[in-house]
Design a protein around this ligand. Structure first.
Ligand code: SAM
Length: 288
C-alpha cells in the first residue's frame, strides 16, 4: 500500500507536466475536442437556471459552454486539480463576461461539495483519472439534487482511437515508448470498458445508467497546418513522455516519423482521424 495521498500522481502530472502543456496548447486541444463537448452537452441537456458542476474542467471550455446554456439565472462551478489550467479557465470566463462561472481547485474524488447543490454534473474527459472511481462518483452523486443528471464523455479503447494512437505508433518505430497503463488504471482509457463504467456508476448509487457508443473523426491537433499538428502530437500524450525520457537528441527522428504518419492521412483540411467515445448518462435517484 502506498502512503501517498489520493490521486497524488495525477496532481503532480496535471500541475507539473500535462497541465502546463494543456494551457500552452489550449486552443488546439479545444478545437480537437469541441465535438466531444457538444455531444456531452446534448446528452446532458442543461436548462436555463440550472446549477452545473464541470468535473476536471481544465482550461474551462465546457464550463463556459455550460454557462451559456444555463444562462444568467444559472451558475456553473468548474473543479480541477490543476492550478495553471484553472487560472486559464478563470481568465477565459472573465474575458467572456460570464460572472456565473466560478472555479475551485480541488480533487473531485475527495472534495466535500455542499450536499444536493447541483442540478447537473458534467465532464468532457475529466473523470477517468480517479484512483477510487466509485468513491469519486459517490461524492459527485451526493453533490447532485435528488433526480439530478450526470453526463460525461470518455474514450473507448485505444485500439479504436487512431486520433490518440497514430503519433505513438509512428514514434515507436524510432524511440522506446512507455508501456501502456494497465486496463482501468487512472488515465485517458480507464473507462474504455462500458460494463465497468456502468458498474462503477451503479456502485456509486446512480440509476438509469446509459453508455452509448459514438464513432466519428476528430481533426488531429485541431489544425489544418501539418507542422502545427506535428508539434501538437509531440507535446501532448505519450510521445511527449517518451521524448522527455529519451532527451532532445531523439526529437528530430521522432518529429520526422510523426510528420510522415500525419502526412499520409492529410487532406485539404487536415487529418481527420478515427475516434470512438462513450457518451455516458445517469441520474441520482429521486429518493435515497
Ligand atoms: C483530459 S483533461 C480534460 C480537461 C477538460 N475537461 C477539457 O475537456 O478540456 C483532464 C482534466 O481532469 C483533471 N483532473 C484529473 N484528476 C482530477 C481530480 N481527481 N479532480 C479534479 N480534476 C481532475 C485534470 O487536471 C485535467 O484538467
Amino acid at each position: 500500500m502506498s502512503d501517498a495521498p489520493p490521486n497524488a500522481e495525477q496532481v503532480r502530472n496535471w500541475n507539473e507536466v500535462s497541465g502546463p502543456t494543456w494551457v500552452r496548447m489550449q486552443a488546439q486541444l479545444d478545437a480537437q475536442l469541441a465535438q466531444a463537448g457538444r455531444l456531452m452537452l446534448a446528452a446532458l441537456g442543461p436548462r436555463p437556471g440550472e446549477r452545473a458542476l464541470d468535473v476536471g474542467c481544465g482550461c474551462g471550455a465546457t464550463s463556459l459552454a455550460l454557462a451559456e446554456a444555463v444562462g444568467p439565472t444559472g451558475r456553473v462551478v468548474g473543479v480541477d486539480i490543476s492550478r495553471e489550467m484553472l487560472a486559464r479557465a478563470g481568465e477565459r470566463a472573465a474575458a467572456a463576461g460570464l460572472p456565473t462561472v466560478t472555479f475551485v481547485e480541488a480533487d473531485a474524488q475527495e472534495h466535500a461539495f455542499p450536499p444536493a447543490s447541483f442540478d447537473v454534473v458534467a465532464s468532457r474527459f475529466g473523470v477517468m483519472f480517479f484512483d477510487a472511481p466509485a468513491k469519486a462518483f459517490r461524492a459527485l452523486g451526493a453533490a447532485l439534487v435528488p433526480g439530478g443528471r450526470l453526463a460525461f464523455v470518455c474514450w473507448q479503447a485505444v485500439e479504436r482511437n487512431p486520433i490518440m494512437s497514430l503519433a505513438s505508433r509512428a514514434a515507436a518505430a524510432v524511440i522506446a515508448m512507455p508501456p501502456r497503463p494497465a486496463a482501468r488504471a487512472p488515465g485517458p482509457f480507464a473507462f474504455a470498458e462500458p460494463d465497468n463504467v456502468a458498474e462503477v456508476l451503479g456502485d456509486a448509487g446512480f440509476v438509469d445508467v446509459s453508455v452509448t457508443p459514438w464513432e466519428g473523426t476528430m481533426l488531429a491537433g485541431g489544425t489544418t497546418d501539418l507542422d502545427a499538428a506535428t508539434e501538437f502530437a509531440l507535446r501532448v500524450g505519450p510521445v511527449a513522455g517518451a521524448l522527455r525520457q529519451a532527451g532532445s537528441d531523439a526529437e528530430p527522428a521522432v518529429r520526422d516519423a510523426v510528420k510522415r504518419a500525419l502526412a499520409a492521412r492529410w487532406t485539404a483540411d487536415g487529418a481527420h482521424l478515427e475516434a470512438s467515445l462513450w457518451i455516458v448518462t445517469a441520474r441520482r435517484p429521486e429518493t435515497a
